[in-house]
Ligand binder design. Structure first.
Ligand code: NAG
Ligand code: NAG
Ligand code: NAG
Ligand code: NAG
Ligand code: NAG
Ligand code: NAG
Ligand code: NAG
Ligand code: NAG
Length: 431
């Protein structure tokens, strides 16, 4: 019996060693397959220097083989909380004491419908706050009827004033849901919306903080590059980050809360319809047939309205023509107008153009842009933006969001961003 036990134990040990070796070999193979030679060298140096990074990264890299394509991963949503991979939660994703206020502030209960929504900026939150307002007031209309800038009409009830226990209790007593988004697109989207587009409020607050963090002259906070933002995210403790950049798992805590539905921004319409179905609410008054047109028109209106509203205030920092160039670029990034269409206005005209006129110009440009391949363009501009970030910073950025990648099933090392990076570009965004 004892001999048998010993043999079995030895056999088990050898078996374990084999497993470990296979793991190492697979890791190296995958690394070699998916990155250029130079990337691997850089990666391995980093690997040895940072044990914390090593732990999570080996998991992620080993699992890379299951991630056949980027779209494969992003399509997965969780139809109920019990399918969420809680086994992947670790000490860090469980202990979030420093961010209780952010969590409570993000939970928006709607008691009359027994719903609770966890708000994530750049994760469809303007849409959902409008939708919740209509649900609360029993108004059966498309939420796009509320103007994106109309904060008063949006749903604003949160758990900010509740205790932490109270908030968790609300979440067990309601049907809760949240949306996630690929960290790389979330960050870039926040950059383009809040820092690149003329937005004096964000320039004065976030822009100035970022410029100080990276050791540049802050002036107006209007000259933050995408790389500056990435440096700020890497250098700032998570709890001190602006809400747009706090990892989503820290905001919504899916490791502690059993969300009934975790949707994805990448699958927004389908997930929104599924949420209605799951919670037995008729979606037809809210989600119209031309949802995607409305969505795009809403984005155009929001962009143009903000430009006109901020034009005067922005003048101290940026001339209106530059502002116009930036919002034009933003709409190209979003795949609303073609990169081959240039602004049909000159400097003088951009000073005084009216909202209605600019809306017409952009809507017309959008219509004629539809014949171009805008999804290819979006992808190209996305990759160009990340090509301004050196690989070492990319690894560090990945590490800030490693739990979001892991928990929500996004590829932390997409080939398109970590692949051939021999031609690092300068900032494509700043004009
Ligand atoms: C790793 O550490 C060594 C020695 O401490 C240092 O020279 C090297 O620059 C570090 N590499 C990275 C990528 O941080
Ligand atoms: C959670 O983290 C805080 C600060 O990092 C620490 O003080 C506290 O002891 C941790 N709690 C647990 C249960 O690990
Ligand atoms: C929170 O709830 C737990 C478990 O229900 C309980 O042990 C604890 O005393 C509560 N804390 C507060 C501050 O109410
Ligand atoms: C959209 O939702 C339906 C269920 O309502 C599901 O069958 C379908 O696979 C979903 N499509 C995607 C792309 O997730
Ligand atoms: C959506 O469709 C309705 C009716 O078909 C139409 O009145 C409305 O203008 C459309 N909205 C947009 C933004 O296309
Ligand atoms: C813009 O024009 C270039 C050169 O003609 C072309 O290669 C590119 O595909 C066009 N962009 C779009 C979005 O069609
Ligand atoms: C755009 O290009 C992609 C890849 O080349 C292709 O799959 C897609 O069908 C094209 N879309 C349009 C609208 O031409
Ligand atoms: C990487 O890009 C450069 C320049 O675009 C090109 O010359 C080189 O062949 C590419 N390398 C690989 C491995 O694709």
């Amino acid at each position: 019996m004892i001999v048998n036990g010993l043999m079995a134990r030895n056999f088990f040990r050898v078996f374990l060693m084999l497993l470990v070796w296979c793991g190492i070999l697979t890791t190296l193979n995958i690394l070699l397959m998916f990155r250029g030679e130079q990337g691997v060298k850089e990666y391995l140096t980093w690997y040895h220097n940072h044990s914390k990074f090593t732990k999570h990264d080996s998991y992620l890299v080993l699992n890379y083989q299951h991630h056949t394509t980027e779209t494969d991963i992003t399509k997965r949503s969780w139809k109920d909380g019990y399918h969420f991979p809680k086994d992947l939660c670790d000490a860090e994703s469980l202990n979030e004491t420093k961010m209780d206020a952010v969590f409570k502030n993000s939970i928006m209960p709607l008691f009359s419908k027994q719903l609770a929504y966890c708000r994530v900026y750049k994760g469809g939150s303007t849409f959902w706050k409008r939708l919740l307002a209509y649900l609360q007031r029993n108004i059966k209309l498309s939420p796009f009827r509320i103007k994106p800038q109309d904060e008063q009409s949006k749903y604003r009830v949160s758990c900010a004033k509740h205790s932490l226990n109270g908030t968790y209790n609300i979440l067990t007593e309601t049907r809760s849901f949240m949306f996630t988004r690929n960290p790389y697109s979330r960050i870039l989207s926040a950059y383009i919306d809040k820092l690149y587009s003329p937005n004096p409020y964000f320039w004065k607050t976030l822009g100035v903080i970022i410029m100080k963090t990276v050791g540049k002259n802050p002036s107006c906070g209007s000259a933050v590059t995408f790389r500056d933002l990435v440096e700020y995210i890497i250098q700032t403790p998570i709890e001190k980050l602006d809400d747009h950049f706090i990892p989503i798992h820290s905001i919504c805590r899916p490791c502690q809360v059993n969300y009934h539905y975790i949707g994805k921004m990448e699958n927004f319409l389908n997930d929104t319809v599924n949420i209605f179905a799951k919670f037995q609410i008729n979606s037809s008054p809210y989600i119209t047939q031309n949802f995607s047109d409305e969505y795009k028109y809403d984005a155009i209106y929001d962009t143009v309205q903000a430009f006109i509203a901020f034009r005067h205030e922005s003048k101290k920092c940026m001339n209106p023509y530059t502002g116009l160039q930036r919002i034009w670029r933003k709409l190209q990034y979003r795949g609303i107008i073609s990169e081959n269409k240039s602004i049909p206005l000159n400097k003088k005209e951009s000073q005084h153009i009216l909202l209605s006129k600019l809306l017409t110009i952009i809507s017309t440009t959008h219509q004629i842009s539809k014949k171009d391949n805008l999804s290819v363009q979006r992808r190209k501009l996305f990759i160009q933006a990340y090509n301004t970030i050196p690989l070492t910073l990319m690894y560090k950025l990945q590490n800030v969001y490693h739990n979001d990648f892991k928990l929500f099933g996004y590829d932390p090392f997409p080939k398109s961003l970590f692949g051939n990076r021999s031609n690092i570009m300068t900032d494509v965004f700043l004009v």
